[in-house]
Structure formats: C-alpha cells, structure tokens
Design a binder for this molecule. Structure first.
Ligand code: GDP
Length: 317
C-alpha cells in the first residue's frame, strides 16, 4: 500500500502526530516506527514504541498515561512480582497478550514487519504501520551509572542519570525493510514527528542507507520540534540534547535533521528562533504545536498538509 503521507515516529509524541494525520486524511497514512526501544521482559518480546502507535491509532490507548491500553489490569504482573521477578516495566494483562502473540510468531520465524502489521489490522488500525528494519535493534544508554538498556534508563531509572553517550546495538548490520524504502520513495510528504530526536528518531535514521533514502525522496520532508520554549511536554530530550552537546531547543533539533528536512515546524512561543534556524538549516513554519486533545492533533496535521501543499506542488526537488 502506498500512502501520500508518511510519518517517522517514536512513541508518545510520534503517536499523537500520527493520530492527527490519520484523523485528517483517513487511510492515506503510513508510519515508520522505532524498534530501538525493543527489549525482552519475562521471555517476551516487547516493542514499546510500535505498541504505543498501534494503541493510539486504534483508540485503545490510555490517554492519561500516553502508553498502554485503557481499562487495563495488572494481575499477571502481580503474579510475577510474588514469584520474585522484577516488575518495574508496567506490562498490563491485555498488553501481555500482544507480547505473547508477537513472541510466538517471532519464534516461528515470521518477519517482525508482518507481525506488526497483523497486530495493527486486528486492532482496527487503518494506517499502515511500517518497521524500519526487521533486524533486532537495542538502544543502549551510557549514563553516570554505566551502560544500561534504554528501558532500564527510561522506566526503571526514570531518566534521572546523566546521559553521556548512546549506542544502538545491531545498527551496523540492520537492513531497511522494502516497505520503509517504498514508503519513503513514494510519499508526497514525510513528516518527522515531535519525538525525541536522539533515542526515538535516530535509531531509525541511523539504519545504513536510511538517511540516503530520505535524501533521494520525491516529496517534501519536514520535522515538528518536540521542544517548546526550551522544555519537552514529557521525557528527557532536553537534558539528553544538552549533555550530548546540542543546543537544547528547536535550533538543536533543526541541526540534528539538517540536510534531511525542507522545513521545521516550531511552536509559536519559539518564534524568536526563526532567523537562527533559517540562516543555517531550513525554513521555519510557526504553528501551535501543543497537542492536548484530538482536535489539536487534527488541526496541526491539517495546517502542516496545507502548508506543504503551498510549498511548490508538494515536492522539494
Ligand atoms: P517516547 O518514546 O514515548 O518518549 O515518545 P517520543 O519520542 O515519540 O515523544 C517524546 C517527545 O514528544 C518529547 O520530547 C515531547 O516533548 C514530545 N511531545 C509530546 N507531546 C507533544 C506535543 O503535543 N507537541 C509537541 N511539539 N511535542 C510533544
């Protein structure tokens, strides 16, 4: 399936953007998600960002938390705790059903891309969820307490340790899926969602050949900044960008994506960063980028599509 709109997304911020596009352009959307957060818990393969996309686009997401499904119970986790297992990763009973299914199919040798697609279809998602690679990727974080898996840093340590370096296990040998390659080549608009550029988007862009594939696109490529007034809505992007030597605001985000994007969407509150970014990297589009509800998400998607339409017949080339 070829869609005119393609989102490159992480978890919560990525899923919000994908939902806005999905609502606005029903069924004409593909989303490439991040598999760098994948990790095994209790012998099960958990893919947090892909599940957040699936649960959000199916309407099952717990809106208060931004992850997991609503009306969730944690009885299986309670059993695991009483058996002495570590249960800091909050895996609900319904969620565990997805992980059991995914793990079983992986053990049968099925392609992770097909498994993700089948789960999305079963949950009624109309957008085309695409994995960037079928190879296993694991983002590792070098912190003041040593190296740890991304979920250990993000969930167990609640992003408190200082981040000194990031490494993505498996990245050198990872291959782009043909679905991702086709979606990038054929989209009229690629939108890098307001996701953490370092641990949500970079594990996608760092796959060998991915940046080149995006640079050879036919369509327009833009990004939405996840940093508003020097702060994130949630998550460690600001601290991480600062400790890794980037300017911790939309200027740093534009720098990370420079060479890939034609424009960056920056929040109204950051209007003063426009000339700095436009003099160095790309065009700046000012919008209200805070998505608090379904309406905000849809309006932002509509504004972006409208501006992209006016950007010379949807093509940067
Ligand atoms: P994670 O993997 O679950 O952390 O999800 P992402 O990387 O996709 O999203 C985290 C980023 O989303 C954070 O940097 C947030 O600032 C950003 N974010 C969340 N909600 C919004 C929003 O409504 N607007 C914008 N511009 N950014 C958002």
């Amino acid at each position: 399936m070829v869609s005119p709109y393609l989102i490159i997304a992480g978890g919560v911020g990525g899923a919000k953007m994908a939902q806005g596009f999905s609502d606005y352009c029903d069924g004409e959307l593909s989303v490439i998600g991040n598999v760098g957060d994948d990790w095994e818990f209790h012998g099960l393969w958990v893919s947090p960002d892909i599940d957040t996309l699936t649960y959000t686009l199916s309407g099952l997401i717990d809106l208060n938390k931004g992850w997991g499904v609503s009306d969730e119970s944690f009885r299986a986790l309670g059993v695991l705790e009483s058996l002495g297992r570590e249960t800091w990763m909050q895996l609900g009973d319904q969620d565990l059903g997805v992980h059991i299914y995914r793990t079983e199919r992986r053990s049968l040798g099925d392609r992770p891309s097909i498994i993700a697609k089948d789960i999305a279809r079963a949950f009624g998602v109309s957008a085309n969820i695409i994995l960037p690679t079928d190879n296993d990727l694991h983002t590792q974080v070098h912190t003041s307490f040593g190296w740890m898996a991304f979920q250990e840093y993000f969930v167990r340590e609640q992003c408190k340790p200082l981040v000194k370096d990031i490494s993505i296990l498996g990245i050198d040998k990872a291959k782009i899926t043909h679905e991702a390659r086709e979606a990038i080549a054929t989209a009229s608009l690629i939108c890098i969602a307001p996701s953490n550029p370092i641990v949500s988007i970079e594990p996608i862009l760092a796959i060998p050949g991915m940046r080149e594939a995006i640079m050879e696109r036919q369509g327009l490529c833009i990004a939405v900044s996840p940093i508003i007034g020097g702060k994130t809505i949630k998550g460690p992007a600001v601290q991480m960008m600062k400790s890794l030597g980037h300017i911790p605001d939309s200027r740093g985000v534009a720098e990370i994506y420079s060479g890939l994007i034609d424009a960056i969407v920056v929040d109204e509150i950051d209007r003063n960063l426009t000339s700095y970014i436009e003099n160095r990297y790309c065009e700046v589009w000012i919008e209200n980028t805070v998505m608090l509800n379904k309406k905000d998400k849809r309006i932002l998607a509509e504004r972006i599509i409208d501006r992209a339409n006016k950007y010379g017949s949807f093509s940067s080339k």
